[in-house]
Design a protein around this ligand. Structure first.
Ligand code: DC
Length: 212
């Protein structure tokens, strides 16, 4: 294929973001956090006073919003939303936004354009290997036990309660895996890596090793 695309999918707390960034650095490729795009749409939905469950209105927001997702920032309609997209309000609203089929059509089109403009890249998300780039050079599906994932999330943010984080992760797992539009599934041909007992450099080595 013409583009060098590495697809990294997996649930919340599987280590995707840290691993995908490191893989991009090792390979000299650009990196795109597609979850930040869905979070950016959810941020715009809230900013515009739209009900996240209003399917048609949310789809209009997705088609009209200006999103600039870079390695370190998420700019939504010219406003720096990098911190807000990680907050509780957006994290709750994004579940309905990401389940909206028209939102997904729009985001997938933007993600494919992103690759075409850059000639390739490392993309992380839930449906990269299954929907966005099924023909990717390498498809990786990261998994980890719910306990490990909750501990990782809690460690990132001091003061967070592991039990509450575990409950939120379970809620999001069920929502992401059971929705009708592009549920989180293992893409055919994906390499499954259980990251529960692996350190980040070991996971990165394993992924880069799969390319050679
Ligand atoms: O990876 P994350 O937690 O930042 O993702 C935010 C939300 O977007 C989450 O509900 C899963 C969803 N998502 C998706 O449906 N498809 C993607 N490619 C990336 C994220």
């Amino acid at each position: 294929m013409a583009y060098r695309v590495i697809a990294i999918d997996g649930p919340a707390g599987s280590g995707k973001s840290t691993v995908a960034r490191a893989v991009a650095d090792r390979l000299g490729l650009e990196y795109l956090d597609t979850g930040a795009m869905y979070r950016g749409v959810a941020f715009a939905v809230l900013q515009r006073g739209v009900d996240p469950t209003d399917v048609a209105a949310v789809a209009d927001v997705a088609r009209s919003v200006t999103l600039e997702v870079t390695r370190s920032a998420c700019i939504v309609d010219g406003e720096d939303a990098s911190a807000a997209i990680r907050g509780a309000e957006v994290t709750t609203a994004v579940t309905a936004v990401a389940a909206n089929p028209e939102v997904r059509v729009e985001m997938v089109a933007r993600q494919r354009s992103w690759v075409v403009e850059r000639g390739g890249g490392v993309m992380e998300g839930r449906d990269i290997g299954s929907v966005v780039f099924p023909e990717a050079e390498l498809k990786v599906h990261l998994i980890a036990s719910p306990e490990v994932r909750a501990q990782r999330r809690a460690a990132e943010t001091p003061g967070l309660d592991v039990v509450a984080v575990a409950a939120d992760i379970r809620r999001r797992d069920v929502a992401d895996s059971s929705r009708a539009a592009s549920p989180l599934v293992e893409a055919s041909g994906a390499e499954v890596i259980d990251t529960s007992d692996l350190a980040i450099p070991e996971i990165v080595d394993a992924i880069v090793g799969l390319l050679s």
